[in-house]
Structure formats: C-alpha cells, structure tokens
Design a protein. Structure first.
Length: 728
C-alpha cells in the first residue's frame, strides 16, 4: 500500500477512535475517579458485610440479579487465588461442599480480557477489563464496516452504537456481553476469508476465544450465527468444494481448540441436573419490547429506520440474505408467536433473553450500513420504506405499555420498564429524526455534519440510560463483619434470610475465602440434588433451614438474621453441633447407589458411626473394620489450597477417613505417599480406607478430562499453526 493509501486509512480510522473515546469519556468517567463496576453496594444494610458505600444508589430488588458479584466476580476472584497458590483454577472449595470451577462453563477463569484481573484481583482492575471489552467490540464493528467499504462516519457510528448501546451498558457486568463483544470480530474474520484477504485459521481461534470469554449460551448463538451466515454467503458466491470443506471443519476445529475446558464441561453436565432439564421456561419478551426503552432489544425508532435503509442499500443487499437466518432465529427465541415455536428455537433449554445479543448485533450492523446509504442518496422507494418503518414504530410507542409485575409472575414475561419523563424528549427527538431523515433531499444532507449529528443524537439518547447504568458505580470494597470472620474459623457457614431478602447471598463467600454451604447456580450436582433439601421458589440450593441436613453436610456455624429495631437486622451465631468436617470411622457398609447411601446415612444420623460406601470403589476395602466398635475421631486439616487437601488422622484401628466434601470425578488420594482409592461415601462425600496408626492423607483434584482436553487443545493449536499458510 502506498503512503497516500496508508494516510487515508489512518484518517478513516480516526473517526471510530474518536467516537469510542468520546463515548468512553461521557459514560465511563467514574472509572478515572477510582470508582468501579462491581455493585457490592446492592448489599448495603447487610449485617454480614462492612465497608459498603452507603451513599450509592441501590437498584430495585425486584429486578436486580446478584450474579455480577455472587457468580462472575466471585468465580474470577477464586481463579486468581488459585493461581497465586500455584494451582490451576479447576476447583472452588468455598462454594457449597466444593464445586468444579473451570468445568462449570460460565466461570471461564482464563477469559482473555480478565487476565489482568488474575494478576491483580481488585474491583477496579475487574472494571477496567469490562470497559476494555466494550471498546474491543466497538473497534471490531468499525473494522467490519470498513471491510464492507464504509467510510469513517459510518464506521464511527457503528463503533459507538455497538460498544455503548443499552444492551451492552445495562449488561456489561454480566458474561452475556463478554461473549457479545466478539461478534463483529467473528463476522469480520468471515468476510475477510470470503474476500481472500484473511486465512481460515483465524475463525476457529476467534470462536474459541469468544467461548472462553464468557457466556456459553451467547457464544453458542454467535458461533451458530456466523456459521449460518457463511453458509449462505458461500452459496451466493458459488464457492469451490475446498471452501465448503473448510466451512464444515469450522465447528470441530473450534471445539478441539477448546477441548481443555470443553471436555471437563461435558463431564460436568453428566453429573449435574437443572430445573431447565425438566421443562425450560424460555422467558419470552412481550410484543411491546421493541418500543419499550427497558427492553434492550431495539433503540426505536431511529435505528429501525436506518436499518431498513441499510438492508435495502447495495452494501446491505449483499449480506441481508445471510443475516436473515440468525436474525429470525433470535427473533423466534425472544418473542412467543406461538410459544411452541419459541421452545423449538431455544431447544427448550436456552433462554429467550439471550437472543437479544444477535438482534442487537444485526440491528447495529444494518443501521450503520443505512447511514451512508441515506447520506449518499438512497432510492426514494427505499427511503419511503425506511420512513414508514420509523413512523410505524414511533406511533406504536404511544399506545403500548410495559408489562406489570403481576403479568411477569403469571406468564414469566421478562420485566421491562417504560420510558421515564426524562427519557421522553430523547425518544421524541429520535423518532422525529428517524421519520424525516430518509425523506430529506440529498442537497440538505452534508455527510459529515449529518453523521456527527446522528452520532450525537445516538449518544444523547444513550445518556438517559446512564441513570440505570449508574447503579453499578460505587467505591465499595467490602469485607465480612467480625462475627462472620469468627464464625468462619469454625468451618462451614449457613446464613439465614428474611423473606426474599438474603443476607450474604450464596457463592459470595468465594470472594472472601469463606465456606458457605449454600449454592446458587443454574446447574446442581446430582448428589446435592438427591438431598431433597426443602426449597421455596425464590430460594437457592441449601438455603432453607433443615436442622438434620445442616448437621449432615457439616455446617459449623449458623448465622441467623434477627430484627434489630426499625428496618435493620443483626446476625445471631449458633452452633448446630454438626461435628468435624473430616473424621475417622471404623464401621462401613456397602450400598448399591448414591440414593441408598444417602438414605441410610440420614436415617437416625447413622453417618456418625457408619460410612456407606458405593460399589466400584474397591471391594476389598469395604466391610467391617477392626475398629467397628471404636467411636469416631476427628481428623485435622493440615493444609488446603484450591485443588489439594492434607489431613492428619490418628486411626485406633483399620477404618475410613470421611471428608464431608462433594464426591466428584477427578479426586485422587495418597495415604502416607501411596496411592489409595477414593470412595463415594454417604451418597455425597469422599472416603479413603486407612490401616491403624497415624497417617497423612493428601487429596488432589486432577480430572482426566482436563488432562486429555489440554493435550487435544495443544495438538489442535499446533495443527492450526503449521497448516499451510494459504489456508483453504
């Protein structure tokens, strides 16, 4: 490329860079002031936590999901701790009775943009990682538009809109958006390969990185969308069989590259259950969602007008047929017409909410193509279609209403909020502009001024969302209350709640290295589900009080909520007399299934004197030991990291060490340095056979699925690295 061409390319790149810089300055300035995006302050008033920003705005508890802290931040924090201990982030010892971390799928501890957080795990660094992902997605959209021949103004408009649209801002702290940020890079890579300007190897790498970055369901939607897009484009271009073979190899190549976490995830799915498996509720949006501001689906009606113009333009017509399959799929996921169609589109497992990622991506792409189409003088028929689209949506907005909470409870609609009085001026301006812009003659449309005006209008329309977005900004870096710390020294904790108000929500203990027996996760280990713990509709696993089961799982301290006068609460600490987490027992009995072992262990608290071992753990070690008449003895935990435990046991006779942690494939044991089989015990726990005497027992979590997956991933990466440079 000549120097003049490089200079022109640099000038074109200045537009999106300036737009992203302006959006970052207006929307993310609190980051420069030391504030962060981890909404700890939602727990203001919780007696279990200190150091909260009490002056920060708290969200409406009816709508707020605590996943940003209790799952995503907590899991990343645990991964950082594991790496500091010299371990791989494979297991989380602090959630419930222990749980897989990497295999969970949603945790994705090696997410590319969170690598700085693993090195320095602070809320501010975590927020900076989220911010960089939004900029990364915006720049990817600018590159995609540039590949289609769009000039600087359209690229700036697309970059701004993709990085800072209402969906991206409202959900930037959720893993949904972390996968969404990779969409434009995927499609840009696909377009580059089709145009012969980029190698095929880039596509499986991008797919693997997207899945590694966050939400698996949204990543699946993105992968399936680009695969369908490529298929349609290959048909239109009448490509060679070599191209088709490469297209067919794309999913297996990405899967093999991801094998180091994908194989453990498949193993994880085989050992968990979920309410979704028994009949998923797809959570549809009401038909009003395209207009209601809180829907995060469309930004009506200006973008719809530009999108209509873009799809009718020459640039848009080249990709519109290929975008139609993913767009319709996402539309059927999000809206129930009829619900049976939505269930088919979601495979009766995915949530309809995830479809908004594809809808927003297609909308931004099409609207960005529509901007130059309008400025360059689109045919009057296309202009009329765009104006009619805008007018129809604009007028519909005056008669629709957001669904009430009653409708939400009765029909499982996703809750939406209507526009506030402060947002109406922005909507009216956007609506009027959308109707009039396509009808103006070209002589009145100065391209740069019009582009800047539209970009400013889009950004001004986003600013009202900053009020909702601002609920995340705070300076809280909390710590557990002193009574929580003292209780945690005894072992596992259980927290009470008052109605739907939860003190210290489940999984949050992972952030502070506190063992909280409760669990909040879409998937539940089958062994824990077999406990049949009482559970109300609004409660997480092991959250209801059941004294017998609390003792059985080894809760060392109960922290109940008690009124402290007015609307405040205080913590009352009790000892449930659960016994030690690890202990020696001299009597054992064989059982045929986890359910049988659990039933016998709970019958009269027989687990205190007899361990019930499942078949398949080594028949020679099961039976009445020499110490069958000896009382149980506590074992001492010498050392514990994320994936290892060392126990000191004094056995008066041959018997078994029972550790009340979750039995899971991949746990290995050594007794005094010698390998020993690990038995599933009492339907839930782990046990190891011991001879009489003093012993050191070391447990280590090293699942074969991870070792095999890491080998497959490494070999696939080498294969992609050394494949012929020309590519298919």
């Amino acid at each position: 490329m000549s120097a003049e061409g490089r200079l022109a390319g640099l000038r074109e790149s200045t537009w999106p860079l300036a737009a992203l810089g302006l959006g970052a300055l207006l929307l993310f300035w609190p980051l420069a002031a030391g504030r962060h995006l981890v909404p700890f302050h939602v727990f203001a008033g919780d007696p279990a936590l200190q150091g909260l920003d009490l002056a920060a705005d708290r969200p409406d508890w009816r709508f707020f999901d605590s996943s940003p802290m209790t799952m995503f931040y907590a899991q990343k924090a645990q991964a950082a701790q594991a790496l500091r201990e010299g371990d791989l982030p494979l297991w989380n010892p602090f959630a419930s009775l222990g749980a897989p971390l990497l295999a969970n799928g949603q945790s994705q501890p090696f997410a590319p943009f969170f690598l700085p957080f693993l090195a320095r795990p602070t809320p501010w660094v975590y927020s900076a990682c989220i911010f960089l992902q939004l900029l990364f997605g915006g720049w990817g959209m600018a590159r995609l538009l540039g590949r289609q021949g769009c000039r600087g103004p359209a690229r700036a408009f697309g970059a701004l809109l993709f990085a800072f649209n209402p969906y991206a801002l409202n959900f930037c702290v959720y893993s949904d958006v972390w996968a969404f940020a990779w969409f434009p890079w995927l499609f840009e890579g696909a377009e580059a390969w089709l145009q012969g300007e980029g190698g095929w190897r880039r596509l499986p790498v991008l797919l693997a990185l997207m899945a590694l970055g966050g939400h698996l369901e949204v990543a699946f939607l993105g992968a399936a969308s680009v695969f369908a897009f490529l298929g349609v484009r290959l048909v239109h271009k009448r490509c060679t069989p070599e191209k088709w073979r490469a297209w067919a190899l794309l999913p297996p190549a990405a899967a093999l590259l991801s094998a180091f976490w994908l194989l453990p995830f498949l193993e994880y799915l085989a050992h968990v259950t979920s309410p979704r498996f028994g009949g998923n509720q797809p959570y549809p949006y009401p038909w009003t969602a395209p207009w209601v501001v809180g829907g995060e689906l469309f930004w009506p009606p200006a973008l719809l007008a530009l999108a209509a113009a873009g799809l009718l333009s020459p640039r848009g017509r080249s990709v519109a047929p290929a975008l139609l399959p993913p767009f319709l799929w996402a539309l059927f996921m999000a809206f129930p017409f009829p619900e049976v169609l939505q269930r088919a589109a979601t495979f009766d497992f995915l949530s309809g909410r995830y479809g908004r990622s594809v809808l927003w991506f297609v909308l931004v792409w099409a609207a960005s193509l529509g901007l130059p189409a309008v400025l360059e003088g689109l045919a009057w028929a296309a202009r009329g279609a765009a104006a009619a689209t805008a007018a129809g949506v604009f007028l519909a907005g005056f008669v629709v209403r957001a669904p009430s909470l009653g409708v939400l409870e009765a029909r499982h609609w996703v809750p939406l909020r209507g526009p506030s009085p402060a947002e109406f001026p922005a909507l009216l301006a956007a609506g009027a502009t959308a109707v009039l812009l396509p009808l103006l003659p070209r002589s009145m449309l100065a391209p740069r001024r019009c582009a800047l005006g539209l970009a400013g209008l889009a950004l001004a329309s986003l600013l009202p969302f900053h009020a909702a977005f601002d609920v995340y900004w705070n300076r809280s870096d909390p710590r557990p209350a002193p009574e929580v710390r003292r209780a945690a020294e005894k072992g596992r904790l259980w927290f009470g709640h008052a109605g739907k108000w939860k003190s210290f929500p489940p999984n949050l203990g992972t952030t502070f290295a506190l063992r909280d027996v409760r669990l909040s996760d879409p998937f539940v280990p089958k062994r824990l589900a077999a406990l049949e713990w009482p559970r109300a509709s609004h409660q997480d696993l092991l959250e209801a009080w059941d004294e017998r089961r609390v003792r059985f799982v080894g809760v060392a301290a109960v922290l109940d909520l008690r009124p402290s006068g007015g609307e405040g609460w205080r913590l009352e600490v009790r000892d449930p007399k659960a016994g030690p987490r690890g202990f020696w027992v001299g009597r054992a009995e064989r059982v045929s299934s986890p359910r049988e072992g659990l039933a016998k262990a709970l019958d009269g608290d027989k687990w205190r004197e007899t361990v019930y071992l499942e078949e398949g753990g080594g028949a020679g070690a099961v039976g009445q030991g020499e110490g069958g008449t000896e009382p149980p003895r506590a074992a001492r935990l010498v050392r514990e990291t994320s994936t290892t435990q060392v126990w000191a046991v004094s056995a008066p006779a041959s018997g078994w060490l029972v550790v009340r942690d979750l039995s899971w494939p991949g746990w290995e044991a050594r007794v005094d340095g010698e390998p020993a089989p690990v038995f599933p015990a009492d339907g839930v726990f782990r046990a190891v056979a011991l001879p009489s005497g003093n012993h050191v027992v070391k447990f280590r979590y090293r699942p074969a699925s991870f070792r095999l997956g890491a080998l497959v991933s490494a070999l696939t990466a080498l294969g992609l690295l050394f494949v012929r440079r020309r590519g298919p």
